[in-house]
Design a protein around this ligand. Structure first.
Ligand code: 2M8
Length: 436
């Protein structure tokens, strides 16, 4: 990256400084205040940016995350830093009750749920920007095991799609995409009487999920935990089981990235390509709605598609194998009055669109970064360029915030947020997208 000639010189150094402050020596934290541990899909987005400025840190971050992978292949959504006190994040290791795993000679604890598998994409990106075939070779079996866990243990609906069992697994925690399915999960106020939320003491409460949502999150995590984190008969036994279009698109994109990784490490790319095509077909066959022109979340327990038009329904644009007319429709919806570039996290015309509350309206850089790649992949170069400039202008003006008010561009949530900083560095480098 030629920093000196970039029109965003200040932004480059701001973003690098955020990543330097959030590096612990072993891994990156999303935020020193709000998220003091290591998060799964954050590590992937962070690796994509670190590729340009500190690739060794990017590889190290991924390696330390995968060192906490469970024997069944699941990559936990949080790896807890043993040096951080239990009181500094809720729900912490004492809540999840997962036995410690050995990681680089020390003992670490994790959660028992997952997040979208963006890691193969990140590893391929790191290798393309800063070739490291050995690193790729070391990580490949773990990336394959991650996919096998999702595709074998989490196909609760039997359609060849991955189900999530908790809104936190989506990464889009309080998206309206889950409202219909969550309405059947009791929001027991007693649950919160037993615990204390930490997030609302570190961020503005009206910018975070509501107490009713949190009560459901805790109740769901308790029931999955108390069933031993087993994935048997989920659709019959667990109260929340949904197929998210973004999670599944990222799972298909991971297979496409693994096919490329396989060719580098001397493995067979064919099974990965087959799986990428099969997931893409299942996505279009079961989660795409021709009337709304976008994808929707399916509730596995009822078989119904959520009516909410959320940004997770646009993310399948990242798939090169998407039929042309579906890609065209997603672009039209993204540019319509419902969204607009950069896309907010929810339909602007919905009665409950909320410009401040987390994943119910604000603009997030990781999702826009995925759409930027999707636009480029499908040949919408002008729109991709416009979106890139809009994201860079937004972050330059407001700072590396966690999310942004979609009308004013004001930065909200935690400042100094790692994936915003990292993805800005990637946007500045303008690496062409890999073939998903
Ligand atoms: C947010 O989620 C965590 C729970 O996992 C939280 O609210 O405490 C989400 O934005 C998620 O996507 C992200 O990975 C995490 C850390 O940045 O924060």
């Amino acid at each position: 990256m030629d920093h000196a000639r970039s029109p965003y010189r200040r932004l480059t150094s701001t973003a690098e400084a955020v990543l330097n402050r959030n590096w612990t020596g072993d891994h990156m934290v999303p935020s020193r205040t709000l998220y003091p541990h290591q998060w799964s899909w954050d590590a992937a987005f962070i690796g994509i940016g670190l590729a340009h400025v500190a690739p060794e840190r990017g590889w190290h971050d991924l390696a330390s995350l995968f060192a906490a992978q469970w024997p069944d292949g699941r990559v936990p959504h949080i790896v807890f830093d043993p040096g951080v006190a239990e009181k500094d994040y809720f729900p912490g290791p004492a809540f999840w009750e997962v036995p410690p795993v050995r990681q680089d000679g020390r003992s670490v604890r994790t959660t028992g749920i997952v997040q979208p598998p963006v890691h193969a994409l990140a590893a391929l990106h790191l290798h393309r920007v800063s070739p490291a075939a050995d690193r790729l070779r070391e990580l490949y079996p773990a990336l394959v095991a991650q996919q096998e866990y999702l595709l074998k243990h989490r196909d609760a609906g039997g359609l060849g799609l991955v189900s999530i069992v908790h809104p936190w697994e989506s990464g889009l925690d309080n998206s309206p995409s889950w409202d219909a399915a969550l309405a059947r999960v009791p929001a027991d106020p007693e649950v919160l009487a037993r615990y204390e939320r930490r997030d609302t003491s570190k961020a503005v409460a009206s910018h975070r999920p509501t107490n009713a949502d949190y009560a459901r999150y805790i109740g769901l995590a308790e029931s999955y935990r108390d069933a031993g984190y087993r994935d048997f008969d989920l659709a019959e036994t667990h109260p929340f089981v949904v197929e998210c279009p973004a999670f599944n698109a990222l799972t298909a994109a991971a297979e496409a990235a693994l096919a490329e990784i396989a060719t580098v490490v001397g493995a067979d790319p064919a099974p990965h390509l087959e799986r990428a095509a099969a997931i893409t077909e299942a996505l279009v066959g079961h989660l795409y709605d021709r009337e709304t022109g976008q994808f929707h979340t399916r509730d596995v327990r009822t078989g119904e598609l959520s009516k909410a038009r959320c940004v997770n329904g646009l993310v399948p644009l990242i798939l090169a194998g998407l039929p042309g007319e579906v890609a065209e429709s997603l672009v039209a919806v993204a540019e319509s009055a419902r969204f607009g570039l950069p896309v907010p996290s929810y339909d602007r015309t919905a009665a409950d669109f909320d410009t401040l509350r987390y994943w119910r309206g604000p603009v997030w850089i990781n999702i826009n970064w995925l759409l930027w790649r999707g636009l480029a992949t499908h040949g919408y170069a002008d729109r991709a360029d416009r979106l890139r400039t809009a994201m860079l202008d937004l972050v330059e003006r407001s700072g590396c915030f966690e999310y942004f008010q979609p009308d004013t561009g004001e930065g909200i949530g935690t400042p100094d947020f790692s994936w915003t900083a990292a993805l800005v560095l990637d946007l500045l480098a303008e690496t062409p997208p890999e073939r998903e």
